[in-house]
Design a protein around this ligand. Structure first.
Ligand code: AP5
Length: 223
C-alpha cells in the first residue's frame, strides 16, 4: 500500500506510522527523521536544513526531495510505503506524483489526522524521544517507567529543539499556510480519508485501518 499521513505537527503521524508499518508491511518514510539524521551526521545537507528546522520553517524543496527520492529508491519501498511529513505543500505533492508516475505507481490513500491546535500543543510539549533508539514517549499520555530514561534501551530521553513554544507556533502557521491546502488537493483526487485524531493511539489506529478497508480492523485490540 502507498500511503501519505498528513496532519499538523504533533498530530501523531509518527506514532501511527510506526504501528502501521508492521500491520501493513510497508516502511515508514518520515522526512523529519531523514532530516534529523542528516543534522546528527553533520552532512552539508543536514547543516543547511538545520537553520530552517530550528525556526520551524520548511526546509527548501531541493534538499527534502533529494532525501525522499533516495529513500523511495531503496528496495524496501518498491512495493509500498508510509510517507510521514512529506509532502508538505502542493508543489511537493505534484513532484511526488511525478516521481511515482515515472515508476508507474500512484498513491492509494492519504490519511489526514484532524485535531485542534490546543491538543497539538499539549502533545508536543510533553513529547520525549530516545536519543539512542528513537522510541517516543509523552510525559503524561505515555510516560516512561523512569523519567528521562527509555524503557527499551535505557537511552537518554530528550526534547526536540523545534518543540520550543515559539517554534511550535511557527510550525502551526506553516502547516495552515502550506500543508492544509493538501486536504483539498487530495480530496479532489478522491483519495483523502479524514480521521478524528482525538483519542487513544489504539483507537486512532483502528479508525485508520477501517478507512483503509483493512480486513479485521475492528478486531485490533485496544490496550
Ligand atoms: P517533522 O519531524 O515531520 O515534524 P512534524 O510534522 O511537525 O510532526 P511531529 O514529528 O512533530 O509530530 P507527529 O505528528 O509525528 O506526532 P508524534 O507521533 O511524534 O518535521 C520537523 C521539521 O522538519 C519541520 O518543521 C521542517 O522544518 C522540516 N521538514 C520535515 N518534512 C519536511 C518537508 N516535507 N518539507 C520541508 N521541510 C520539512 O506525537 C507527538 C506526541 O504526542 C508524542 O509524545 C506522542 O507520544 C503523543 N501522542 C501521539 N498520539 C497520541 C494520542 N493519540 N494521544 C495522546 N498522545 C499522543
Amino acid at each position: 500500500m502507498r500511503l501519505v499521513l498528513l496532519g499538523p505537527p504533533g498530530a501523531g503521524k509518527g506514532t501511527q506510522a510506526r504501528v502501521l508499518e508492521t500491520r501493513l508491511r510497508a516502511p515508514q518514510i518520515a522526512s523529519g527523521d531523514l532530516l534529523r539524521a542528516a543534522v546528527r551526521n553533520k552532512t552539508a545537507l543536514g547543516l543547511e536544513a538545520k537553520t530552517y528546522m530550528d525556526k520551524g520553517a520548511l526546509v527548501p524543496d531541493e534538499l527534502v526531495l533529494k532525501l525522499i527520492g533516495e529513500r523511495l529508491g531503496q528496495s524496501d519501498a518498491k512495493s509500498g510505503f508510509l510517507l510521514d511529513g512529506f509532502p508538505r505543500s502542493v508543489q511537493q505533492a505534484e513532484t511526488l506524483a511525478d516521481m511515482l508516475e515515472a515508476r508507474k505507481e500512484r498513491l492509494d490513500k492519504v490519511i489526514a489526522l484532524i485535531l485542534p491546535d490546543e491538543e497539538v500543543v499539549k502533545r508536543i510539549s510533553g513529547r520525549r524521544t530516545c536519543r539512542n533508539c528513537g522510541a517516543m514517549y509523552h510525559v503524561i499520555y505515555d510516560p516512561p517507567l523512569n523519567m528521562g530514561i527509555c524503557n527499551t534501551c535505557q537511552g537518554e530521553l530528550y526534547q526536540r529543539d523545534d518543540d520550543a513554544e515559539d517554534t511550535v507556533k511557527m510550525r502551526l502557521e506553516v502547516y495552515a499556510d502550506s500543508t492544509r491546502p493538501l486536504l483539498d488537493y487530495y480530496e479532489t483526487q478522491g483519495i483523502l480519508a479524514k480521521i478524528d485524531g482525538i483519542g487513544r493511539p489504539e483507537e486512532i489506529e483502528k479508525r485508520i485501518l477501517t478507512a483503509l478497508g483493512v480486513k479485521g480492523a475492528a478486531e485490533v485490540p485496544e490496550a
